[in-house]
Design a protein around this ligand. Structure first.
Ligand SMILES: Cc1ncc(COP(=O)(O)OP(=O)(O)O)c(N)n1
Ligand SMILES: Cc1ncsc1CCOP(=O)(O)O
Ligand SMILES: [Mg+2]
Length: 215
């Protein structure tokens, strides 16, 4: 059996996914403790400064900072973790990520992808998209909360994240599935008042979560 990636917190809570160091800094200052830097379609050298700065901020705030896609830079600057999609899995050096001690989060959209992800023993598994989203072109249909709940039944001991179209109003029905974390982009970055939105989301998503000793 393949070696497992390092553990992360059993429940990752509110998990904003943002595209700049400015957003990382703002949200860490606002109290967010799980966060992802997601800058799409650049060469490594174009995002290296941003990745390095985001990782430094993550360490400063003792936060779980995941880097999307740029796994080489995540290793180079020793990020808390990396988030990869199914296509990324075809090219990324998973052994190098594991050896460097980084956590790994994986995207899944259906049962086959769940099988593949589980076999790799990642630190968390993300499931989506749950609702229609304007943020990313998705080739598949939204899975909805009934399907989410069915998938979660297979993931008893695995930290889980739901993503895609999750607004503040939809958070209660997503949490009711038992998922351990809610990832959002537009619910924060497109909110008329991002500070208020972040505080409301933190209160809703993290109310039942005990602060973990470990990260
Ligand atoms: C928490 C979380 N879940 C899913 C994704 C999507 O990742 P991926 O499939 O690699 O697609 P891109 O984000 O790279 O477009 C994510 N980033 N974060
Ligand atoms: C990156 C990503 N992966 C699946 S859905 C999504 C975007 C989620 O954005 P939003 O929360 O604005 O729907
Ligand atoms: Mg990706």
């Amino acid at each position: 059996m393949t070696d497992a990636f390092p553990a992360t917190a059993p429940k990752l809570g509110l998990y904003p996914v943002v595209d700049s160091v400015e957003w990382i800094a703002r949200l860490l200052e606002a109290g967010v403790r799980t966060i992802q830097l997601r800058i799409k379609d650049c060469e490594d050298h174009e995002v290296e400064d941003a990745v390095r700065e985001a990782i430094a901020l993550g360490k400063q705030y003792r936060a779980r900072l995941f880097i999307n896609d740029y796994w080489r830079l995540a290793i180079k600057y020793h990020a808390y973790g990396v988030h990869l999609g199914q296509e990324d899995l075809d090219v990324a050096d998973l052994a190098a990520i594991r050896q460097a001690g980084l956590r790994l989060g994986l995207s899944t959209h259906d049962d086959n992808e769940l099988d593949r992800a589980l076999a790799l023993r990642p630190s968390y598994i993300a499931l989506g998209h749950i609702y229609p989203t304007q943020t990313k072109d998705m080739p598949s249909a939204p899975q909805g909360v009934v399907e989410l709940k069915r998938h979660l039944a297979r993931l008893q001991d695995m930290p889980t994240v739901a993503i895609g179209g999750i607004s503040l109003a939809r958070v209660p029905e997503v949490l009711a599935t038992g998922v351990g974390s809610i990832a959002v982009v537009s619910a924060i970055t497109q909110a008329p008042d991002w500070r208020a939105a972040t505080q409301e989301l933190l209160a809703l998503v993290e109310s039942g979560i005990q602060p973990a000793e470990e990260m």
